[in-house]
Ligand binder design. Structure first.
Ligand SMILES: Nc1ncnc2c1ncn2[C@@H]1O[C@H](COP(=O)(O)OP(=O)(O)OP(=O)(O)O)[C@@H](O)[C@H]1O
Ligand SMILES: [Mg+2]
Length: 459
């Protein structure tokens, strides 16, 4: 087999050639398009490596030529690490399409249309998807006394139809408990509809909840069914309920009490019978005292409170959970089923898991992926949070606490690329607090855009 390696950088060519030689494959090297054209006319190459940009053309010219002359040739494009990282990262982060800048309308239109189409399909299917069981059903596990009691409590409360309020730190399994209650309830045949109150901006939450008629406001191009209506007969899961505004809480209360509401832009009253399961990682009672959460709504929702303790308070659950996640992610990644070495496990028992079960799950998933052989060892378990506190935030000089706080907040937003709920979670504050801080920074001329980028303006 013979290969051709083309790049304007001779070092790149040599590096590729060396590896090819290691594998017993001889290579010719060329550095520009004109030479490549000449070479591929002269002889057949099974394999061609080509740099994305050449002095007199691009890899596309080479691909074109090869498609014409020898369509079966395998072509590998060499791109710079920054391009590659970006693209790989974007694909990994589930970017759906790429549009080149500057924008060429004719070209961009097709891609934008297809993105809109996909978003629409997802919007419509989102609810249905919840009903189809995933390949690997999630299970609520626990062997500690508190968790066994909790599972028993769920079995008792699930069929009763009372509203449930779930308290627990981030990652303790609030959503999983809510699902479990729904699945074991008499409403399990109907939908489990989720609303992440922290993720939906104040201005959109009503539309999301109650839906709207076509033309109800600018941008309402067609009728939208709200989540309250979708959940009729089923369960409405209000995640992070403490993040709603007082004004919205009043509307929510009415809908819950009267079991009816109107779509925006319509006078018609719609009936909907939902059971509410809400969550918070805040002390709701305290928010009521501070006047940030309506007391009447609190009593409506807090009919049956469930408290999930943090993982550090029930470390006996760690081995069981770790084994379960190992099995789950081994099968998901088609890796041979692994076991956890005793040093890895004893180390996991020592750590406090501030991100709770989610953090443990992520650590195990990563370990399954990076581990070789059939045992997960201590070095396979990496905790990003630990690395973060040690490295990424460089404290450097000591500044007034308020300034330090500002820097950390901006850093968190940059890191999460503007995802406020996630940034707040990292910082251990509520989204509301984060929002208030940002409003204060804006008064000082510091703006953070939707991507988490910071812009400063002189005041
Ligand atoms: N007891 C458990 N058994 C098995 N898996 C669990 C358990 N608790 C949590 N998990 C898993 O941990 C992850 C986080 O759980 P979940 O999303 O329910 O947490 P949460 O409390 O809603 O977190 P957040 O406040 O950040 O939204 C999920 O993948 C969930 O399946
Ligand atoms: Mg959750």
């Amino acid at each position: 087999m013979r290969a051709l390696v083309v790049d304007d950088d001779p070092e790149v060519c040599s590096a590729v050639e060396e590896i090819l030689l290691e594998k017993g494959c001889k290579a010719d090297k060329r550095f520009c398009l004109a030479d490549v054209k000449r070479m591929i006319r002269r002889r057949h190459y099974e394999l061609v490596f080509v740099g994305s940009k050449l002095p007199d053309g691009t890899c596309l010219d080479v691909l074109n030529e090869l498609n014409r002359l020898s369509p079966l040739t395998t072509v590998v494009v060499l791109i710079t690490r920054t391009e590659l990282n970006m693209v790989v990262q974007a694909v990994r982060e589930k970017a759906y399409e790429f549009i080149a800048k500057p924008i060429v309308p004719d070209e961009a239109r097709i891609r934008i249309e297809s993105a809109i189409e996909r978003a629409r399909l997802i919007q419509e299917n989102e609810i249905l998807k919840k009903d189809t069981p995933s390949l690997l059903p999630k299970r609520l596990l626990g062997r500690s006394k508190v968790m066994r009691n909790l599972i028993e409590t769920i079995n008792i409360v699930a069929p009763t139809d009372v509203n449930v309020m779930i308290y627990g730190e981030s990652g303790t399994g609030k959503e999983l408990v809510a699902q479990e209650i729904h699945n074991k309830s008499l409403r399990s045949g109907a939908r489990f509809v989720e609303v992440n109150c922290a993720a939906i901006p104040d201005t959109l939450i009503e539309a999301e909840f109650f839906g709207y008629e076509k033309g109800a406001f600018t941008g309402a191009v067609s009728r939208k069914i709200g989540r309250f209506e979708l959940a009729d007969g089923g369960t409405l899961f209000l995640d992070e309920i403490s993040e709603t505004s007082i004004a919205f809480q009043a509307k929510l209360l009415r809908a819950i009490e009267e079991k009816k509401f109107e779509r925006l832009g319509s006078n018609k009253t719609i009936k909907s019978d939902v059971r509410i399961i809400a969550t918070t990682n805040q002390n709701l009672r305290k928010l009521v005292v501070e006047g940030r959460f309506r007391e009447d709504l609190y009593f409506r929702l807090n009919v049956f409170p469930i408290h999930i303790p943090p993982l550090r308070a029930r470390k006996e659950d760690i081995p069981l959970l770790a084994d379960y996640f190992v099995a789950l992610y081994s099968s998901k990644n088609s890796k041979p089923v692994k076991e956890i070495s005793s040093d890895a496990l004893s180390w996991m028992m020592k750590y406090d898991w501030p991100g709770n079960v989610r953090e443990l799950e992520n650590a195990v998933e990563r370990a399954v992926i990076v581990s070789v052989g059939d045992k997960i060892t201590r070095k396979d378990i990496v905790i990003p949070r630990m690395a973060e506190t040690k490295g990424a935030v460089d404290i450097g000089e000591i500044l007034p606490l308020r300034e330090m706080e500002k820097r950390l907040i901006l850093k968190a937003l940059e890191k999460t690329r503007g995802r406020r709920a996630e940034a707040a979670r990292l910082l251990g504050i509520s989204v509301r607090t984060l929002r208030n801080k940002l409003a204060r920074y804006e008064k000082e001329g510091i703006y953070v855009n939707r991507m988490g980028e910071v812009r400063r303006e002189k005041k």
